[in-house]
Design a protein around this ligand. Structure first.
Ligand code: NAG
Ligand code: NAG
Length: 333
């Protein structure tokens, strides 16, 4: 990291810690202010990206990523508010996906040249003899993204308690999943089609991949307790330490029954919930209601879609509008 980037990060870090107490910043106040603006905007965008992905992933589940607005941060790391009162499996997921999305956003902005001083990562590893490619081009600087989220988000934790450890652990899982989503992309050079020289770089996987991986991890989350400054999982009466190296979400509290409306939790309950047949199989829509002991009511709906698209020389695509039918299932008492 160049010194400018380092200053930017440190300055905004200090600002966030003091939320608004500008006078305490010893560095150039203007730099600090700009850095604060820059990073808080990116983090806000990242927070929205995380929430959006959470909603997509859980759209047709009983818990559909609904949160009580009271627990959503107004200014900064959108909804990674550490006071979300229950440290359950869903809160763990929210932490992980928020951190993942913010890491993703910062890394992407860096690549787009929107963060002064942050550049592409240069991969120094030499390629093995026999490989027909070499590192080159602009690799995503995921280390920078990780560093910034650590500074911003992890620094919201104070004190070494169960809740702090829960938040930090799940944030780290989010970063790990982003890291493991990176893939090698390559490009051929040389005479047309010859591919005599191939350069490759590392690229982040799309947020959708990160989201679905995190959802799998959510399903196998472990209930833990906090003892001697460590998170421990109970397995056959034995306590096992869950290390920060594991890609495993942890939770402290049991989830509420999301079938029921509970305003404290921001849980709207399943009565009146709708599920579209064009987004999920009808059987899945019905089972959503049944699993909550509710009846279901299905009606036919129509929507307009583009169809019979034709390529028109040159160069546009012309479509007609067709009517398409889908079912809409509502959970009722
Ligand atoms: C909401 O859930 C909390 C935690 O389980 C519980 O204490 C509270 O009684 C619930 N409120 C309602 C209205 O069911
Ligand atoms: C979640 O379900 C409730 C109804 O149970 C609905 O009002 C809300 O819009 C849904 N949220 C999302 C993100 O789909």
């Amino acid at each position: 990291m160049t010194s400018l980037a380092a200053i930017l990060v440190l300055a905004s870090f200090a600002l966030i810690n003091n939320l608004g107490i500008m006078a305490q910043i010893k560095n150039d106040q203007i730099v600090a202010q700009e850095a604060y603006q820059l990073f808080s905007n990116i983090i806000r965008e990242g927070g929205h990206l995380g929430l959006e992905e959470c909603r997509k992933q859980f759209k047709n589940e009983i818990w559909n990523c609904s949160l009580n607005h009271k627990h959503i941060h107004k200014q900064l790391p959108i909804f990674v508010k550490t006071t979300l009162p229950y440290a359950n499996r869903e809160t763990a997921f929210v932490h992980a996906i928020s951190t993942a999305a913010i890491t993703h956003k910062i890394t992407t902005k860096c690549k787009q040249g929107k963060i002064p001083g942050c550049n592409c990562a240069v991969i120094k590893k030499s390629h093995k003899p026999g490989d027909d490619w070499q590192w080159g081009g602009c690799s995503d600087n995921i280390r920078f993204g990780e560093k910034v989220t650590k500074r911003f988000i992890d620094s919201l934790e104070k004190g070494n308690d169960a809740r702090g450890a829960f938040n930090l652990h799940n944030n780290e899982v989010g970063r790990k999943v982003v890291r493991s989503s990176t893939k090698r992309e390559c490009k051929c050079h040389g005479m047309t089609g010859s591919c005599s020289l191939k350069t490759c770089w590392k690229e982040l996987g799309p947020m959708k991949t990160v989201g679905s991986r995190l959802k799998q991890i959510y399903h196998s989350a472990a209930r833990v307790l906090f003892e001697n400054d460590q998170l421990k999982e109970r397995i056959n009466r034995q306590l096992r330490v869950v290390s920060s190296k594991e890609k495993k979400l942890v939770y402290l509290d049991v989830s509420p029954n999301y079938c029921l409306r509970n305003d404290t939790f921001g849980s709207p309950g399943m009565r009146g919930r709708t599920c579209r047949g064009d987004e999920a199989p009808l059987s899945k829509c019905r089972s959503l209601c049944e699993r909550c002991g509710l009846q279901h009511h299905t009606v036919e709906k129509y929507k307009q879609i583009k169809c019979k698209c034709k390529f028109v020389w040159c160069c546009s695509v012309k479509c007609e509008t067709c009517t398409s039918r889908y079912s809409l299932t509502t959970c009722t008492r």
